[in-house]
Structures are given as structure tokens and as C-alpha cells.
Design a protein. Structure first.
Length: 204
């Protein structure tokens, strides 16, 4: 029992160290940018050794990727909470879109996911991360809407990519002061425009 407690305690310490590194790195990447942040600053802010950093991450870029993945997962979780299976396909898409814009308003998130992420990791890597998170939820919602007949049959990958780009552009605009309400209404109208003939959208 004592050995098991010791192992569990070691695991918890390891997880705590990783969490401290991610939190410190996120703060510095937002405040100073990826390029201007050095690993000595990160370990100092996290209160760990340089060896601890390299135990968890091979280099600064690997740490940055982990921060980006954590942010993308947080956005996907917010979307999923806002669009349960009890909603209609159309409502799930609209509510999920609203949740995306709210989630992206977290300080520094648009910079990490939409600006520095592609610049540091490359577009292919960001597409892969998005494909496991926010874009995955959008694609699934569109597929359900088409399967249920609520939405016209369209090339799924293409419409997912186009709508995802529209949502990203809205998040960037909101970050610089544009109205979130206006963008929410406009994006809902775009989704309604994809609905099958005879569909009556809600009043907005």
C-alpha cells in the first residue's frame, strides 16, 4: 500500500510539473510571443529546473505545441457542451458556433490558435490539431445535418473548411473590437442558408 501511495504521489508530482510548465509557457507566449520567449524564462516562471522541462518536452516548439493542443481541446469541449444531442442538427450547429466565439474570447487564445500556431507549427500541423478538436465537432455537426436531411447535400470536407475559416475570421475580428453579436447573427444566417428548401429558421 505504501509503495502504491508513493507511485501515485510521483505521478501526481509529474503531472503537476507538466501543468506548471504549460501554464507558465502559455502566459509568456501570450505576453511576449513565441519568438521572444526563452526556455530559461519558462522554467523560472514555472519554478522548475531546465531538466524538468526537457523531461516533458523535447524543445520549446514541442512545449508550444502542447499549449496549442490544450487550448484547442478547451475550445472543442465548450462547443460540445453547448451542442448536446438533444438539440436539432441546425440548433446544434448554431449553438456550437456561438460557443466557439465565446471560447475564443479567452485572453490570448486567438493569438495562440489563429496567429502564432500556424506561424510556428505550420499550416499542416495546425490543420491536424484542428481536425482533432474544433473542426472535428463542426464536421460532425454538418454530417449529421446532411444525414438527417436538414441541410443540403454538399461536399463535406469543403463546406467544413469554408465554415471553419469563416468562424476563425469572425474570432479574429471580435478580438480587434468587432461586435460578437453581429458576427453570431451573420454566422447563423450562413448556416440557415445551407438548410434544405422549406426549412424555416428561428427568429433572430
Amino acid at each position: 500500500m505504501q509503495q502504491e501511495t508513493g507511485r501515485r504521489s510521483n505521478r501526481e508530482r509529474t503531472e503537476a510539473t507538466r501543468a506548471d510548465l504549460l501554464a507558465a509557457a502559455r502566459k509568456l507566449f501570450i505576453e511576449k510571443s513565441y519568438a521572444e520567449t526563452g526556455t530559461p524564462e519558462i522554467v523560472a516562471a514555472a519554478g522548475v529546473t531546465r531538466g524538468a522541462l526537457y523531461h516533458h518536452f523535447s524543445d520549446k516548439q514541442a512545449l508550444f505545441r502542447a499549449v496549442v493542443e490544450q487550448e484547442a481541446q478547451a475550445v472543442a469541449e465548450e462547443i460540445e457542451r453547448a451542442s448536446p444531442e438533444t438539440l436539432s442538427a441546425r440548433e446544434a450547429l448554431v449553438k456550437g458556433g456561438e460557443a466557439f466565439l465565446v471560447a475564443m474570447s479567452a485572453p490570448g487564445r486567438t493569438r495562440l490558435l489563429l496567429l502564432d500556431g500556424p506561424a510556428v507549427l505550420g499550416r499542416a500541423a495546425m490543420n491536424a490539431i484542428d481536425g482533432e478538436n474544433g473542426t472535428r465537432t463542426l464536421r460532425a455537426g454538418l454530417a449529421i445535418a446532411m444525414r438527417e436531411g436538414a441541410m443540403r447535400k454538399l461536399p463535406l470536407d469543403a463546406i467544413t473548411s469554408l465554415l471553419s475559416a469563416a468562424f476563425d475570421r469572425a474570432a479574429l475580428a471580435i478580438e480587434t473590437g468587432a461586435s460578437r453579436q453581429d458576427h453570431t447573427v451573420a454566422l447563423a444566417a450562413m448556416i440557415d442558408g445551407l438548410m434544405t428548401d422549406g426549412f424555416t429558421p428561428r427568429n433572430t
